[in-house]
Design a protein around this ligand. Structure first.
Ligand SMILES: *Cc1c(COP(=O)(O)O)cnc(C)c1O
Length: 461
């Protein structure tokens, strides 16, 4: 008798509304990428076929969230939607106080200015672009304390986002706890390839930090996706719900910054949350300067409602299984075809190892930037550089940071693309891999002062 292996999951939704895609020819793309200075951030969306630039704010909202948009209470002060959001943050993340912000970096700005005194250190499990920049603007100095495996694209560690406790302790011993503003803990560490941190490590970091009276600020942007990995990979948690795991994760921190544009299935929104009333008072006061009154923080009432509803949907196991399953599907197919990607496959994206695509290029010929441009030329698929351009320059020496990894990120928006789109993506990446030999690099011809990867321009060598 014939047997088939049954799929273990499928998307837990069906499609009610569609958005047409535009396809272009190679000739058209030769022009558009040149006009965009070989920077995929500068392409017009209408010239892109499958957009894997980012999973930030590119999520498809549910009918329930869209219905919530009509229930926006657009009062300047005390919007109903703020109180709904506050309830959901308390219920799912466990923090007592909420300050909404227009997106994650708004929250990062507030917490950095409140907690960092100039000259203090801010350790973290690898940097994130906006997080580190706000820390530096507040006078802080970022120190990477992630485990070494995170910098190795093929190390098969199940929790490559873990903090190296020894590195953290060495820093405390070297500079003194009072010189450390706080430690930032990222979940499914973006810059390491979407790699999770374990509950055991979160607990240990919190214990070590608390013992030294150092606060833990949790970047909860991707914490639900991290909770899924904990359930899958950490024995003690296999029978716990995502909600239970998330609450425990957050309990090992004093405050959280959040970009709702990722986990929370919305197009805009974020928040700062904390338990400490004094920090809350300060943040609530400061948010008025930068974002808006403390009950809207730069968001419309309807945006807060969509985010409140998104929290509940995002925390469903079936949603996370399909979301992370889609990324794994693409990653496993690329591995079968011999394309070099960061292992293990992360939560939100596939990271192509550009150094292995183009061993003929120096790091200053921008291998990852080149690969992203080649992929766009091949098929109109838009990806993003995560290498030397993203890493930026050291503020003190003015020199480039030279990251160990030169990666191109294919980031999957939540609930947006189908399996056929995934197949087309795999085919195009494979084509670019096969044509890798004669590719020449790029030269930077314009460099902005802050977060240069967004607006830098390049020319073909
Ligand atoms: C996107 C992101 C941020 C910044 O959030 P924005 O909403 O883009 O300002 C911070 N941390 C992580 C891990 C992110 O992925």
């Amino acid at each position: 008798m014939e047997t088939i292996k049954r799929r273990s999951w499928a998307e837990p939704f069906k499609i009610k509304s569609v958005e047409p895609l535009r396809m272009t020819t190679r000739e058209e793309r030769e022009l558009t990428i040149k006009e965009a200075g070989f920077n995929t951030f500068l392409l017009k969306s209408r010239d892109v076929y499958i957009d894997l630039l980012t999973d930030s704010g590119t999520n498809a909202m549910s009918d329930f969230q869209w219905a919530g948009m009509m229930l926006g209470d657009e009062a300047y002060a005390g919007s109903e939607n703020y109180y709904h959001l506050e309830d959901k943050v308390k219920e799912f993340y466990g923090y007592t106080h909420l300050v909404p912000t227009h997106q994650g970096r708004g929250a990062e700005n507030l917490i950095s200015q409140i907690l960092i005194k100039p000259g203090q250190y801010v350790p973290g499990n690898m940097y994130f672009t906006t997080t580190r920049l706000h820390q530096e603007l507040a006078g802080g100095k970022f120190v990477d304390v992630i485990i070494d495996e995170a910098h190795d694209p093929i190390a098969e560690h199940p929790f490559k986002g873990n903090v190296d406790l020894q590195k953290f302790e060495n820093l405390i011993n070297k500079v003194g706890a009072e010189k450390i503003a706080y430690i930032t803990i990222g979940a499914t560490v973006n810059m390491a390839g979407g790699q999770p941190i374990s509950m055991e490590n979160l607990r240990a970091v919190y214990q070590l930090a608390s013992k030294n009276k150092i606060k833990v600020v949790f970047d909860a942007t991707r914490a639900m996706e991290n909770a899924f990995f904990i359930k899958k990979r950490e024995k003690a948690y296999e029978n716990k719900t995502i909600k239970e795991i998330l609450l425990e994760m957050c309990s090992y921190s004093d405050a959280a910054t959040m970009s709702g544009k990722k986990d929370l299935l919305v197009n805009i929104g974020g928040f700062l949350a904390m338990n400490d009333y004094e920090i809350f008072e300060e943040a609530r006061n400061m948010v008025v300067v930068y974002e808006g009154l403390h009950t809207y923080g730069g968001l419309a009432g309807r945006d807060m409602e969509a985010m409140a509803r998104g929290i509940e949907e995002a925390c469903q196991f079936n949603h996370l299984q399909a979301r992370i399953g889609q990324v794994e599907y693409v990653g496993n197919r690329l591995i079968e075809l011999g394309v070099p990607i960061v292992r293990p496959i992360g939560g939100h994206a596939i990271f192509l190892d550009a150094k292995q695509f183009y061993p003929q290029l120096e790091q200053l010929n921008f291998p990852a930037q080149t690969l992203a441009a080649e992929l766009y030329l091949d098929s109109g698929i838009r990806a993003m550089e995560r290498g030397i351009v993203s890493a930026g320059r050291n503020k003190e020496t003015g020199d480039h940071y030279y990251p160990k990894l030169e990666l191109v990120r294919l980031t999957f928006p939540r609930r947006v693309y189908t399996q056929a789109h995934c197949d087309v993506t795999v085919e195009s990446v494979f084509e670019v891999w096969q044509n890798r030999k004669n590719v020449k690099g790029l030269k930077m011809i314009y460099e902005p002062k802050y977060l240069r990867f967004f607006q830098a321009r390049f020319e073909k060598l």
